[in-house]
Design a protein around this ligand. Structure first.
Ligand SMILES: [Zn+2]
Length: 312
């Protein structure tokens, strides 16, 4: 789940920064002498066409900056509304570059905690509208704020409401930007999936679904996380192959993920549902033995039963 950065840009200095490094994207080739080779390699990797918009915050905001991740959405704020929205592609800490771009403030600080994003789109969301969506009372952004979880979701929903875009083209462009980032994320997810599948299925051309026990060509099986991946500790994600089990795309993966069934002591247990088609499908699976269930992964199935399974 991506975060939403509420970034005020209303004082004299921030307005200047906005003109200098947001309305006028910076060329990576023009700043390379201020970058370490690591930073340069990093920016060349995350910046697609050689130029990118930049924002920076002073050391007082570093704990907020730490929460920023590629794929987050930044909303710039001034004059009682959020007026532009960009998608974060990366971030670096660089005092030299910051001084070069923006100088220092009256306390001698510079905006060295930097993040980068695609040229933002024009939007118009009054503070009151976003406040209502995320559950704030009369909130006026004063310094960076990073929304996560449900608040971020609510803010994004407000943003995606097309009436907040200046035009349909802007909305479409935003969707394109998000899809580009998704493509990068997807290729990384594919690598993990490939590793899990190899450990679970080896080089076999056929494999067995852990839920319905049917044997399918492996292209119809995925290595599904037994415990929801986003809830796994790093050590659990690396607990390969115990953390995952082959499930078929003919519905078992979706039924498991949405909590319509679970595995208790190596047997499929189903939930009640009023939908007759789902009911038939679930009845056909009830009580089947799950051949992949073992002592190494039973704890992950327990987690699923307690946290994902809809039934008792
Ligand atoms: Zn299946």
């Amino acid at each position: 789940m991506s975060n939403v950065i509420l970034q005020p840009a209303s004082g004299t200095e921030p307005r200047g920064h906005y003109l200098d490094t947001v309305e006028t994207p910076i060329q990576i080739s023009n700043i390379r002498q201020y970058l370490s080779s690591d930073d340069l390699n990093y920016l060349n990797r995350v910046v697609t066409n050689g130029s990118v918009c930049a924002w920076g915050i002073t050391p007082t905001g570093v704990t907020r900056w730490n929460k920023i991740r590629p794929g987050d959405t930044v909303l710039f704020a001034r004059d009682n509304h959020y007026y532009s929205s960009g998608t974060v592609v990366g971030k670096i800490h660089n005092q030299t570059l910051s001084k070069q771009l923006w100088g220092t403030n009256s306390q001698g600080q510079t905006w060295e905690w930097m993040y980068f994003f695609n040229p933002p789109l024009t939007i118009n969301i009054p503070y009151s509208q976003l406040n209502m969506a995320v559950g704030y009372d009369n909130y006026v952004p004063q310094g960076i704020n990073v929304l996560d979880g449900h608040k971020a979701e609510a803010a994004l929903e407000t943003l995606y409401n097309s009436s907040n875009y200046a035009s349909a083209e802007d909305l479409i462009e935003h969707v394109d930007q998000i899809q580009e980032l998704d493509a990068v994320a997807t290729s990384i997810v594919r690598k993990e999936q490939g590793l899990l599948r190899k450990k679970l299925l080896g080089n076999a051309s056929m494999g067995k679904c852990g839920i319905c026990s049917k044997t399918y060509p492996v292209q119809f099986l995925i290595a599904a996380h037994i415990k929801k991946r986003s809830e796994c500790l790093d050590v659990e994600k690396a607990d390969i192959p115990a953390i995952a089990m082959p499930m078929c795309l003919m519905g078992c993966d979706a039924l498991y993920e949405k909590g319509y069934l679970t595995v208790i002591d190596g047997r499929i247990v189903i939930d009640n549902t009023s939908n007759p088609e789902l009911r038939n499908l679930l009845n056909s699976l009830e009580g089947k033995s799950c051949d992949y269930w073992n002592n190494d992964n039973s704890g992950y199935f327990d987690w699923h039963r307690r946290n994902t399974f809809n039934g008792q």
